[in-house]
Design a binder for this molecule. Structure first.
Ligand SMILES: *Cc1c(COP(=O)(O)O)cnc(C)c1O
Length: 387
């Protein structure tokens, strides 16, 4: 029998499991006639604030908007610099550029793909206003050290939590020379609740996905929450009283209603993702030339991403594709290398190297053990070709 094809992501099992509840939630919104913000959005904001352990949660139209509005709430604009990671989806740097500030890229740690705090202080200038770490692939960045550096230089911190809702910080360090973890009070907290602001995405493929675009801003600061709420609706607190140039970034009620059905399942789904990562790691352990990610406490595996060494990535992709197994490269071009930025940035060796090696394998909570076995066996075969 021909083994079935394996996509990179399959959202259908989750919908099948929750179909009646989701349809009832959508129907309720349709019957209510209220399609923008409204009771479902308010309830979602309250539920997410309680879940994440933050005082304020403001639902917006996308993760990108959450980043842009967070930057604007902090007053960041032309002439300012924001330190961030080169190794992320372009929305990270794009949001900084869109508000008129300059992204300053600091290289990453090879084992976590996240910004390397040891290199941040050297990148701080008199123009630096904030640090924007990304918890890439669901792995928390080293927030303890990032917050210490921010405090020392009087900088704000915006956490790009688009890929890491439900991930928790335990100060685990894998490959860098870490300072001893002094920030005991951060232990076990959800990422997105640690910096000045957290920006989340509910893009359908994220760990908590809507059926359209959606995003969230979190903060414990009432003044920032107020600003974010104003920026979400054309810079106004009161209808037709516009106090600043804002955005139209209100969340749809239907998306909020869907997310409210899904939120109670998030932690179980994240745990399934961790289990799958563990299984992948066990099955890939004996294959030479593959570096697997560590399953650290708190990691929620938005992606399961390995490094394929010795220039064998193309042959692996092709062999797997020939067997109907999809893979993806997140990210083939680091943000600092994108044509939109010309050649203004100096090379960042770790990020540049990772871009040639990373490969993300199929992962969704319902991925079956037989499918994992099929994928890992194919990977083993692919590495053997011509070696
Ligand atoms: C998805 C993503 C975003 C943007 O979120 P959208 O909801 O698609 O606008 C920002 N940063 C990272 C790291 C992401 O993965």
């Amino acid at each position: 029998m021909q083994p079935s094809k394996i996509p990179i992501l399959d959202l259908k099992p989750q919908y099948q499991a929750l179909k009646s509840e989701i349809q009832a939630a959508i129907d309720r919104v349709l019957e209510s006639g209220q399609f923008i913000l409204g009771p479902d959005v308010t309830a979602l904001e309250q539920e997410l604030a309680a879940f994440l352990g933050v005082k304020f949660a403001i639902a917006v139209n996308s993760g990108t908007d959450a980043l842009i509005i967070s930057l604007r709430a902090l007053g960041i604009g032309p002439g300012d610099e924001v330190i961030t990671t080169p190794f992320s989806f372009f929305a990270t740097a794009e949001s900084i550029t869109l508000v008129g500030a300059k992204p300053v890229f600091v290289d990453v740690c090879p084992a976590t793909f996240n910004i390397n705090p040891d290199l941040i202080s050297a990148a701080v200038t008199s123009r630096t206003k904030a640090i924007m770490p990304v918890h890439l692939f669901g792995q928390p960045a080293r927030m303890g050290e990032i917050l210490e550096i921010a405090q020392a230089h009087d900088l704000k911190v915006i956490e790009d939590t688009a890929q890491a809702i439900g991930a928790r910080y335990f100060g685990t360090c894998l490959d860098c020379q870490c300072l001893p973890q002094t920030k005991q009070q951060l232990q076990g907290k959800f990422v997105g609740s640690l910096g000045d602001l957290g920006a989340f995405s509910f893009f359908p493929t994220k760990n908590l996905g809507a059926y359209g675009d959606g995003g969230l801003i979190t903060t414990n600061d009432p003044a920032l929450a107020e600003l974010a709420k104003m920026l979400r609706v054309h810079g106004s607190r009161q209808r037709y009283i516009h106090e600043m140039i804002g955005y139209n970034s209100r969340m749809d009620s239907i998306q909020a209603a869907i997310l409210r059905v899904k939120l109670p399942h998030l932690q179980a789904w994240n745990e399934q993702r961790r289990q799958i990562a563990q299984t992948y790691n066990q099955k890939l352990a004996d294959i030479p030339g593959i570096v697997t990610p560590k399953v650290t406490p708190g990691h929620v595996f938005h992606q399961y991403t390995v490094r394929i060494l010795d220039n064998k990535r193309d042959q692996v992709i092709q062999h797997l594709a020939g067997l109907g197994i999809s893979t993806m490269i997140y990210y083939p071009i680091p943000q600092d290398r994108l044509a939109v930025y010309g050649n203004q940035y100096p090379p960042l060796p770790v990020s540049d190297q990772l871009a040639t090696e990373v490969l993300s394998l199929p992962l969704w909570p319902e991925l079956a053990p037989e499918q994992i076995a099929q994928i890992t066996q194919a990977l083993g075969e692919a590495i053997q070709i011509n070696s």
